[in-house]
Design a protein around this ligand. Structure first.
Ligand code: GAP
Length: 444
């Protein structure tokens, strides 16, 4: 994990937030390459969940909803973690994760491990961030930053049913920020207090819930392998009955083998009719499906819920590689080309050669109309290749002496290091096709 954090910082993917003020625990800002890679992940999710399907529509709901939403959903009373304080070291821990926590003393001990530890009784701590809406600060103005995007979907069920003229099975997909006042954030992007979610609520006839639950576990697992995660670093873990969330009838996690061990990458839950029933009862608006023949029922919901921050972290970890090439160390991010922030680099071999520069800039201007590409004329060619390897750029086009003679360029493949020559006029189409090709990680 340290190597990933360091590379992200060094190459401007992700850095600690408000760093000049000493940062804010476990809050991060995304720099240029981080933004591009995370946007790619979100676009690929939307492509799979909405663009390539007839049965799912998109939504972008507000972050601050009517607070009654969170009462009805059970979050005001139930979205809590058990917490203990240590009166000696003044730190706070999750009561159910004491074995994973370390306390303030050096060498570090587990909370409760020594006679000096003085832990309080566990008490429930609500994870929602509270705020005030409007100028008057009283109980009527209390509101919450959403802790999941899902509720914005449930409260729009009727709108979508009517306006998008859907009938179950159909889904509503949303990407957006969520906020949780996590007691123990950490492990870089894995658990932060402000993060994005990619959630889809799939409304189905109750008798079909089990079948769709299995279907979405398979679909989502396949999505992660399609975009490069190694299959033997992924697994599906069904939840035990005592760990199910308050709304869930069944749930499974797609777990990735992070450096911290197997941990949730995405959760797939069968939420039954819990949410639509709760909002029907609390709002007085019937959230049900009425068929043309008059049949009426409250659909069950199957929910694949992931997040682009955690997905990016898994993809960076999976892609990170170090090797020695021609007696030199090389750090390379073997990202899926669709996820890579920059698709190709254009490099004039001799930056002082005006003809090479002109050709290179011409190619760069042509390619950048379609893709994020980079022009780099700083330093030796080997160094420039290394810089691109470190950010995961799959292809590099080099303009050299031969280009000036026959209008061909060298293309270098990030993974195999193979080089071939292409006519400069064909580079745009070649790159388009290369980026469409199925890709598998060369990592064992
Ligand atoms: N609506 C269901 C739900 O919110 P969840 O398992 O709590 O389920 C879904 O969250 C996904 O959101 C997780 O699999 C993870 O990818 C992301 N996520 C949740 N909490 C997070 C946090 N504190 N930091 C980063 N990502 C988080």
């Amino acid at each position: 994990m340290d190597k990933i954090v360091s590379l992200c910082r060094r190459r401007g993917f992700v850095f600690p937030s408000s760093e000049i003020y000493g940062g804010l625990g476990s809050a991060y800002d995304y720099g240029h390459y981080g933004v591009l890679a995370k946007n790619n992940i979100k676009a690929l999710w939307l492509q799979a969940m909405v663009q390539e399907r007839d049965d799912i529509v998109a939504l972008d709901s507000a972050i601050i909803l009517n607070p009654r939403v969170w009462e009805a959903s059970g979050h005001v009373t139930g979205f809590t973690d058990p917490l203990v304080d240590c009166r000696t070291c003044k730190l706070r821990f999750r009561a159910d994760r004491l074995e994973d926590a370390s306390c303030g003393r050096r060498p570090s001990k587990r909370p409760g491990e020594t006679a000096d530890c003085d832990l309080t009784e566990a008490r429930q701590f609500n994870l929602m961030f509270k705020t005030q809406v409007g100028a008057v600060e009283d109980s009527s103005s209390v509101a919450y930053l959403r802790p999941e995007t899902a509720q914005g979907i449930f409260v729009n069920f009727k709108n979508v049913l009517q306006l998008a003229r859907r009938k179950p099975p159909f889904g509503i997909a949303q990407i957006g920020k969520s906020f949780r006042n996590e007691i123990t954030p950490g492990n870089f992007l894995f658990r932060t207090r402000e993060f994005e979610q990619m959630e889809m609520e799939y409304f189905v006839p109750p008798a079909e819930a089990e079948q769709w639950y299995r279907y979405w576990i398979d679909q989502r697992f396949a999505w992660y392998t399609k975009y490069g995660l190694r299959e033997d670093h992924l697994r599906i873990r069904p939840h035990e009955a005592d760990e199910l969330a308050h709304y869930a009838r069944a749930a499974s996690d797609i777990e990735y083998l992070f450096p911290i061990g197997w941990s949730e990458l995405e959760g797939i839950a069968d939420r039954g009719d819990f949410d639509l029933t709760q909002h029907t009862n609390a709002s007085g608006t019937k959230l049900e499906f009425v068929g043309e023949g008059g049949e009426r029922y409250t659909p069950y919901v199957v929910e694949p819920a992931g997040g682009p921050d955690r997905t990016l972290l898994a993809m960076l970890i999976d892609a990170y590689d170090e090797e020695v090439v021609a007696e030199r160390d090389r750090t390379v991010l073997r990202l899926h080309p669709a996820v890579a922030p920059v698709k190709a680099a254009v490099l004039p071999l001799i930056p002082r050669n005006a003809d090479m520069v002109e050709k290179a800039r011409g190619l760069y201007d042509e390619l950048r109309k379609r893709h994020f590409v980079e022009y780099d004329d700083g330093g030796q060619i080997g160094r420039r290749y290394r810089r691109q390897d470190e950010i995961g750029t799959p292809f590099a086009f080099t303009i050299d002496d031969q280009t000036l003679e026959d209008d061909t360029v060298t293309v270098r493949d990030r993974d195999s290091l193979a080089q071939e020559r292409l006519p400069i006029g064909g580079v745009r189409d070649w790159l388009g096709e290369a980026l469409e090709r199925p890709w598998r990680t060369p990592k064992a």
